[in-house]
Design a protein around this ligand. Sequence first.
Ligand SMILES: *Cc1c(COP(=O)(O)O)cnc(C)c1O
Length: 361
Amino acid sequence: MTAPTESDAADVLSLARPEIRNLTPYAHASWAPALTRLHANELPWPDAAGGRAPLNRYPEPQPGELLAALASYFGVRQSQVLATHGSDEAIDLLTRAFCRAGQDSVIVTPPSFGMFAVAALVQGAGVIEVPLQADSHFELSADGLLAALDPAVKIVWLCSPNNPTGACLSTTEVLKVLRATRGRALVVLDEAYGEFAGKPSWSQRLGEHPQLVVLRTLSKAHGLAGARIGAVLAQPDVVALLRKIILPYTLSSDSIRRALGALQPAALAVTQARVVALTVARRKLADVFASCPVVVRVWPSDANFLLVQARRDVPLYERWLEAGLLVRDFRRAPGLADCLRVTVGDEAQNSALLRVLGELA
Ligand SMILES: *Cc1c(COP(=O)(O)O)cnc(C)c1O
């Protein structure tokens, strides 16, 4: 494996939209906390209703302390991190930076996270579908994907662990894709459920593959879905490019504080213990599902949810709903006939799921 050079970095940027490469970004109010702020048209007093922490000042864009904490947690350099308004914003930014409307396209691997295709369609980019292989645990076919790669493809979207099927993609297949896409397309690995997988993150290989981008989030394992904090991990040139188009104040002051709290050692220890507990509960739930006659199949999961195929003549979704339990209905989604995606809950919630299942058996 050869280390990336400056020309590799240039190759990646040459995939981006020329008008974004050449864009002079908005110059936001400078961040100088030691000085009295009379340069940003803020009110000198907290808002009239009053809250726990005053919000009359604009937040620091891309706060250094948060970037440092994210870099340390994800094991990358600070210059390799962009903090985003959830991974959803990262998906949107990457699409807008790399895809020209009416000309470029992206590859997606259904069944997978829907936002990849939606962001492309909003941007006016084409969407090429290379389905995961339903007959082999929804594994990625690198050969199939590479056959669909053409010069118009700017982004290959991969999700590992994959939502909604649950398992990590095979390292061998992803490596095949990475080896063949160098200088040709960005490869984005969405690792929203990475904490639950207990496997090394692809971000550890950023140095080997200049076109690799990894997405992480505090929404799932860290319990901060409402704070909207995600991270793009990529080589510094890609981070710098995205920084040009990200909204300057995309992270609210409250969210920044909550994210910093979640990344403190004590909070990380709690999160780690919860991840272990959820993983144990996932295994138990999967075992009971698998032994249940109304369940046709449970797929192996590296995430905090299980994809379950129920017998078509059994109203499992409806029965769970009648019991007040909402699961995700994929029964009519392409490639997912009769499938439900069940989030692993706490002990009481998991017992409630199994109680209904027991009544049906
Ligand atoms: C939940 C989810 C996201 C969204 O994450 P946010 O950080 O909350 O925007 C991104 N990707 C995948 C695969 C997800 O399942």
